[in-house]
Ligand binder design. Structure first.
Ligand SMILES: Nc1ncnc2c1ncn2[C@@H]1O[C@H](COP(=O)(O)OP(=O)(O)OP(=O)(O)O)[C@@H](O)[C@H]1O
Ligand SMILES: [Mg+2]
Length: 290
């Protein structure tokens, strides 16, 4: 199902995705940047024909921006209009102001609404960027899939959404949350799988060039770098090389296009001079021996 959406994965990841769907458990995905964590949720929602609802986490994210807010500006206008017309019935106005018309639904509440297509895919992306109070709140929300809005009442999901959480592991996520989920570490793909990914995402690249690109990036990942290139960088780089009509790698081409795979000056500086040539020779030797 995932491969129909162009998502390439091994048996281990496919199994854990299957189990999470079968058992209705949230799936917690950890891994380096750009290895395809977010993409799994996108592929899953496309494959199942479900709506994708994304909660992008950041420092300072709190329950109110994750669940619901009142549309304060619209409420003010309604109050002013009522005042001006002089017909303000206070209790009716109060009920109206805190009713569905003035409720702004945020991702967690949206995910609890009934959807004719079936329960949506709820992607809680980059969970490690939030702080612990929000995590504790999330733990509760994920256990019963209901929220209480004092003015309206309790809203409960008719069927729980499919939940995918991702983290880049800039900090450890609390055990209590992990315990509710199935866990999978999304690793860098091996040579064959990365070639497959490249064929799926940049099919214009010729086989010989794809092999060189992947072998070089794989070689680069074994170096001591501040930030290793992810799969996203491999795909970007291939597209850059195609745009330059490159047919085969050379140290010059590599140094001209390094900005597509390395994003830190210290890492880029390491590859100047003979280093790029050494890595390229090593990559070619790997292709020949494969
Ligand atoms: N296994 C894969 N199959 C197909 N495409 C992939 C795969 N892995 C990565 N990609 C591609 O790499 C790109 C980056 O993936 P994605 O955004 O999911 O990474 P991420 O792990 O969420 O990274 P970050 O931690 O930076 O958010 C996507 O555009 C996707 O097309
Ligand atoms: Mg992501």
């Amino acid at each position: 199902m995932l491969s129909d959406e162009g998502y390439v994965c091994g048996r281990d990841l496919a199994t854990v995705v299957f189990l999470s769907l079968r058992l209705g458990r949230p799936l917690f995905l950890e891994g380096e940047a750009g290895v395809g964590k977010t993409e799994i949720a996108k592929a899953l929602s496309a494959a199942l024909g479900r709506r994708l609802i994304r909660l992008q986490c950041y420092e300072g994210l709190d329950a109110s921006s994750a669940v619901y807010e009142w549309n304060f500006a619209a409420q003010m206008i309604a109050i002013r209009t009522a005042e001006a017309s002089g017909t303000a019935d206070r209790s009716a106005l109060n009920t109206e102001l805190f009713g569905p018309d003035y409720l702004v639904e945020r991702p967690l509440l949206q995910a609890m609404r009934e959807d004719p297509a079936g329960p949506p895919v709820l992607l809680i992306d980059e969970l490690d960027r939030t702080d612990e109070p929000f995590e504790a709140f999330l733990l509760e929300a994920l256990s019963d899939f209901q929220v209480t809005i004092p003015e309206i009442g309790t809203i409960k999901a008719p069927k729980p959404p499919i939940v995918i959480l991702t983290s880049n592991r800039t900090r450890e996520v609390h055990d209590a949350l992990k315990r509710r989920c199935l866990y999978h570490w999304v690793d860098y793909p091996n040579f064959e799988r990365e070639i497959e990914i490249l064929q799926s995402r940049a099919p214009e690249a010729a086989e010989a060039l794809s092999k060189e690109i992947v072998a070089f990036v794989q070689q680069l990942r074994t170096e001591d770098l501040f930030k290793k290139p992810g799969v996203a960088e491999t795909i970007d780089w291939a597209k850059c090389l195609l745009a330059l009509d490159v047919l085969t790698l050379s140290p010059e081409v590599i140094s001209d296009t390094l900005g597509a795979i390395l994003k830190y000056q210290d890492d880029i500086a390491k590859l100047h001079g003979s280093e790029a040539k050494r890595l390229l020779d090593q990559a070619r030797a790997d292709i020949d021996s494969a």
